[in-house]
Write a protein that binds this ligand. Structure first.
Ligand SMILES: Nc1ncnc2c1ncn2[C@@H]1O[C@H](COP(=O)(O)OP(=O)(O)OP(=O)(O)O)[C@@H](O)[C@H]1O
Length: 768
């Protein structure tokens, strides 16, 4: 299609309008179908369940169309064979025109050259065009020639017509932040694309410095995998783990904006069903709780609940006395333990063994043959005694107390609230450490408790024999009902059909049997995969993505690995940013127990967030952490050097307030403070200002960042330098440091600011 006199902008507007027209028709079709399905009532169980599937399908379609409304089409590639490919947020086919592709989903293989083609390797692309739009109006087009000669030959070098000179990437990077992360489908870079579309089916570790797009890549990978392996992943689901609730909120809109809603986002603290982390541990307690030693501590804690009485217990059973002595209980305990079943599942073995011993005692008393010879009671008599004993509340309560049925919550709470329990179960820890674990609080859990509860759930097991029996009874009844429904259908089949015509006409009962029908009715309780997964501790996901993975403790890794036995995991993080003392500084060390060396490393090397001036300072801090490490290369500079302002202790607070008040432009400001000062500045928070500790700021970004009292940030944690590194790398435009204590030597490169009035502070902050 050679270009005519029309400007590129006008032509793209015309094309994009056609696409929106198609989108509107698709939306209208889905909306009409949906309302029709919703209006239908009654019918067979099969018809009902089909209706539900359709209503879900149309609802999902509508959500997908809404998500694609903004920036529906953002690019085009002109191929050397004259083919034009438009790339956008979803695929659109022209039904009226032999299903010709009008728009390619960005995840489709045919769209890939849009992201990968370079002048060195054009991959058949002669021109790449970025199309920018606001609402449905095309505002700019931006061309890149990958093969200029071929483009000229094909008449594809027209003036793109009123385009901003800034590339699509720089425009995205320089835009003021909104407080929520945006998707990057329009400008995915080739090293990122390779990770997003990696077909590696085991653990893929994405290591990259701050701002290299790890989070963005992780989210786009989730969308890509759901698109490519839809069948497989729709049922099992995808789990994304992030460091804290603020972070999940920050990234929460990205997947819906890509039309994907079936992903579960969770922190480690909230991954154990039914428990929300509401308290915080001291750094030391979190470190201890995260260490592998806890596996043994918890084992001990469970064993300590399997009791042997100090003295013989005498029990009354009907008119007899029986005694429960240490030997009997020890033997029963030995049997139950050697079954190697989890505590609650081994419990029936313990109880049976004790009951057998007590039954023997009674049988010996009442059945003894005074003239010698064998016991006078028959096997049936003895079985009766055993059954009666099992229904004796007092006997059962006493036996049960020695090997109680336990929940993870009660074992953990009891352990952490008791000096005595800790000193027997956690002998591996020094007395100081045990004291750090001890808490008087019996309500609420901390994030580090969730992996412990999960571990305990494994050690305890759930005795669900009764529930299973109940479910099976219910299932059998459901099948019987379904069979009834099918029988009615069979009975009401037209009787006047000629026999030989029958095979031509398929009836419901030809297609489905009772168990399939019952299954469909079962799935009538419409929970999304993500909702079902969230409520089920033993759910295994199809894929798991862990962001800020360096923060996970060894215990947290165990919990996550239980949820992904196929080990298809994307691990995303930066071992130089580890702030949690229980976190990791080596991917190999943490992954070895699960996949040995079978994991693949992918690295991201370009920083899209932080300007070069700020990364210069971050480099000094990183060198102090690891002299061999280098920060990722920044794609842009801001022209504003980061600064430090030294003030008297008394002036610290008012000056910080002045700086923040002077930030009146668009975008987001963060005040990153040592934990101890959070309360002092908390009231500064507003829609455009966040007051955060480093831990809370992890993974986030802001146009302007003020760091308050960095020396204290350093002091507050054994990983203080890593924290400082994280704090420094949050800004997309400007950074200032306000301090009353001496500036840490790592920050000596900051430009000194001795001006201390708010107005001049602003002029420095704005770089004037
Ligand atoms: N290809 C891209 N196009 C546009 N923006 C991008 C691109 N890659 C990354 N960005 C932007 O760069 C910023 C940093 O990305 P992201 O938060 O994913 O980095 P990160 O590696 O997770 O950082 P950190 O380790 O500090 O948490 C985000 O605003 C992201 O949208």
């Amino acid at each position: 299609m050679p270009d005519d006199g029309q400007s590129a902008l006008d032509r793209e507007q015309e094309y994009v309008s056609t696409l929106y027209h198609q989108l509107d028709s698709m939306r209208k079709y889905a909306a009409t179908r949906l309302s029709k399905v919703l209006l239908e009532t009654g019918g067979t169980p099969q018809a009902r369940s089909e209706r539900e599937s359709f209503s879900q399908l149309y609802t999902d379609d509508l959500a997908k169309y809404d998500a694609a409304e903004n920036g529906l089409c953002f690019g085009r590639i002109d191929m050397s064979d004259d083919e034009l490919r438009y790339v956008g947020r979803l695929g659109i086919l022209d039904e009226a025109n032999d299903y010709e592709t009008l728009l390619l989903d960005w995840r489709a293989p045919m769209a890939r050259p849009f992201y990968l083609a370079t002048t060195a390797m054009p991959d058949g692309v002669i021109r790449r065009r970025h199309i920018r739009s606001r609402s449905r109006r095309v505002t700019a087009v931006n061309d890149e020639y990958l093969d200029l000669d071929a483009a000229q030959e094909a008449g594809r070098t027209e003036d793109s017509g009123g385009v901003g000179t800034e590339s699509a990437l720089l425009a995205a990077l320089n835009a003021a932040r909104t407080g929520h992360m945006n998707d990057i489908v329009e400008t995915i870079q080739s090293e990122q694309d390779a990770i997003i579309r990696s077909d590696h089916k085991s653990v893929l570790v994405v290591q990259g410095g701050p701002g290299t797009g790890k989070t963005a890549v992780a989210l786009h990978r989730a969308a890509y995998l759901l698109y490519t392996y839809r069948q497989q992943l729709a049922k099992s689901g995808v789990l994304i783990i992030g460091p804290n609730a603020t972070f999940l909120d920050y990234i929460g809109q990205v997947l819906p904006s890509l039309g994907e809603t079936g992903v579960l986002l969770s922190t480690i603290g909230d991954l154990y069903p039914g428990v929300r982390a509401t308290r915080e541990d001291s750094l030391r307690a979190a470190e201890l709780k995260g260490s592998l030693t806890m596996v043994d501590v918890l084992k001990n804690a469970v064993r300590d609940r399997q009791l042997v009485p100090d003295e013989t217990i005498t029990l009354r059973f009907e008119s007899y006395e029986v005694s429960l002595d240490r030997k009997t209980v020890t033997r029963a305990r030995g049997r139950a333990r050697s079954s190697r079943r989890p505590h609650n599942l081994a419990r029936p073995i313990f109880v049976s063994s004790v009951i057998d011993s007590l039954t023997d005692q009674i049988a010996t008393t009442i059945g003894s043959n005074v003239v010698g010879g064998s016991n006078l009671l028959s096997r049936d008599d003895i079985a009766d005694i055993r059954d009666e004993m099992r229904s004796d509340a007092e006997v059962m309560a006493t036996i049960g107390g020695l090997w109680p049925e336990l929940s993870p919550q009660e074992v953990l709470v009891d352990l952490l609230a008791s000096d005595v329990r800790l000193s027997t179960a956690a002998q591996q820890f020094a007395a100081d450490d045990r004291a750090a674990l001890l808490t008087s609080e019996r309500r609420g859990f901390t994030p580090a408790d969730a992996p412990l509860l999960d571990e305990l759930a494994e050690l305890l097991g759930v005795d669900d024999a009764e529930e299973r029996e109940r479910n099976q009874r219910q299932w059998r009844a459901q099948i019987a009902d379904a069979q009834g429904a099918l029988d009615i259908l069979t009975g009401s089949a037209p009787q006047d059909l000629e026999d030989e015509l029958d095979p031509e006409i398929l009836m419901a009962y030809d297609l489905i049997d009772a168990s399939q029908l019952a299954q469909r009715q079962n799935s009538g309780v419409r929970l999304t995969t993500a909702e079902r997964a969230a409520g089920d501790r033993t759910w295994t996901y199809g894929h798991v993505i862990i962001d800020e993975a360096q923060e996970l403790s060894e215990m947290a890794w165990r919990m996550v690995m239980r949820r992904i036995p196929n080990r298809w995991i994307t691990v995303v993080g930066d071992v130089a940013q580890t702030g949690d003392p229980a976190g990791t500084t080596s991917w190999q060390r943490i992954l070895e127990p699960y996949v040995a060396r079978r994991w693949k490393l992918a690295e991201l090397t370009v920083n899209y967030r932080t300007p070069a001036e700020i990364m210069g300072i971050a480099q000094d801090v990183l060198s102090a952490i690891d002299p061999a490490a280098t920060v990722p290369r920044s794609v842009r500079d801001s022209g504003v050097p980061p600064w430090a302002h030294s003030v008297d202790a008394a002036a610290l607070e008012p000056i910080v307030r002045d700086y923040v008040a002077a930030e009146t432009g668009p975008g987001q400001t963060a005040v990153i403070v040592p934990k101890e000062l959070s309360a002092t500045f908390a009231d500064l928070a507003s829609d455009s200002v966040s007051v955060l500790t480093v831990r809370e700021a992890k993974g986030l970004e802001f146009d302007v960042v003020f760091i308050v009292e960095p020396a204290q940030v350093l002091d507050e944690s054994p990983r203080g330098r890593n924290d400082l590194y994280v704090a420094l790398t949050r800004a997309t435009q400007r950074l200032g440091v306000v301090h009353s204590r001496p500036l840490p030597t790592e920050l000596a490169g900051l430009v000194d600011s001795d001006r201390n009035d708010a107005a001049s502070g602003r002029s420095i902050a704005a770089g004037n």
